[in-house]
Design a protein around this ligand. Sequence first.
Ligand code: FMN
Length: 133
Amino acid sequence: MSNIERVCKFLEDAKTYYLATVEGDQPRVRPFGTALIFEDKLYIQTGKVKPVSKQLAANPKAEICAFLNGQWIRVAGELINDDRREPKVAMLEKNPALKAMYSADDDNTQVLYFKNATATFSSFTAAPETVSF
Ligand SMILES: Cc1cc2nc3c(=O)[nH]c(=O)nc-3n(C[C@H](O)[C@H](O)[C@H](O)COP(=O)(O)O)c2cc1C
C-alpha cells in the first residue's frame, strides 16, 4: 500500500477525523468523514456555503487528526479546491448518503485535495512515522 493509501485507509477505518482550519488568528475545528483518493491525491468534501469552505478559501492551510486503536494520525498541508466534475462524482459515488444533500452539478458541492501534505502516524508505543505526499 502506498503512503497516501495508508493515510486514506486510516481515515476510513477511524470513520471520523477532525479538520482544523484558520480564521484570522482563531483555530477552527470540526468533525469530518469524507476521504477519497482520486488521481493519486487525497480529497475531502464539503459545502461551499459552510464557514469551513470560506476559511479554506482565505487560507488553505489545514490539519486533520484522527484516532483509532491506540494510534493517531495528523495530516498537515494545504487544501486546494478542485471544481472539476469528475472528482465530485467519484466522491459522491463513494459516499452515496451525500447524494441526499449534494450533487456534482449543484453550486455548493466542493472537493478539495491535500497539497504539500505531511502525515505523521503516532502512538504511545512506537516512534512517530512521517510520510509526505
Ligand atoms: C461524523 C461526522 C462527519 C462529518 N463529515 C463531514 C464532511 O466530510 N464534510 C462536511 O462538510 N461536513 C461534515 N460533517 C458536518 C460538519 O462537521 C459540520 O457541517 C460543521 O459545522 C462544518 O464546520 P463549519 O461550521 O466550521 O463550516 C460531519 C459531521 C459529523 C458529525
